[in-house]
Write a protein that binds this ligand. Sequence first.
Ligand code: HEM
Length: 154
Amino acid sequence: MQTVLILHNILRWAVLFFGFWTLINAITGVSSKRIYTANDNRSNLFFMICCDIQLLAGLALYFSNAWFDKIKAGMGPVMKNGYDRFFTVEHAGVMILAWILVHVGRSAVKKAPTDAAKHKKMLIFFGLALLLILVSIPWPFRAEIARPYFRWFN
Ligand code: HEM
C-alpha cells in the first residue's frame, strides 16, 4: 500500500495542474466569448482521468489501510477523533462529491448547445470541483491532519 499512497500523493499535483488548466480555459472562454476548442476538451478530459485514478487509489487505501474497519467498529469514536473523522468521512466524502461533479460536468459540457454555454458549464462544474478538492487535501499546514507535499519510499 506504500506504492498506492505515493501514487495518491503525487497524482494530487496532476489533478491540481489539469484542474487549474481547465479553470483558466473556462475563465478565458467565458470572458472572451471564444469558441470551445480541442484544448478546452483536452484539459477537462485529463482532469477527469486524473480524478478517476485518484478515486481508485483512494478506495484501495480506504479499504486496505483499516479506515473502513474503523467505521465498522463504530461511528462514535471515529467522529470524536479529528484525524480519523477527516480521512474516513470528510476527505473521502468531499472527494467523491468532487468526482461526481467532474463527471456530471463533463457530460453537461458535451450536451451544452453553444460554445458560450459549454464554457459556462465548464466554469461552474469544474470550478466547484476544484474548490472542493483544494479544501479537502490534507496539506502539511493543516495541523491535525497534516500530510507531506511529496512522499517517496523510505
Ligand atoms: C481528487 C481526489 C483526491 C485527492 C487530490 C486526494 C489527495 C490525497 C492526499 C494528498 C493524501 C495524503 C497522501 C499522503 O499521506 O502522502 C490523501 C490521503 C488519503 N486519501 Fe485521498 N485524495 C483524493 C480522493 C480520495 C478518495 C475519493 C478517497 C476515498 C474514497 C480517498 C481516500 C484517502 C485515504 C483513505 C487517505 C489516507 C491514506 C492512508 O494514510 O492510509 N482520497 N488523499
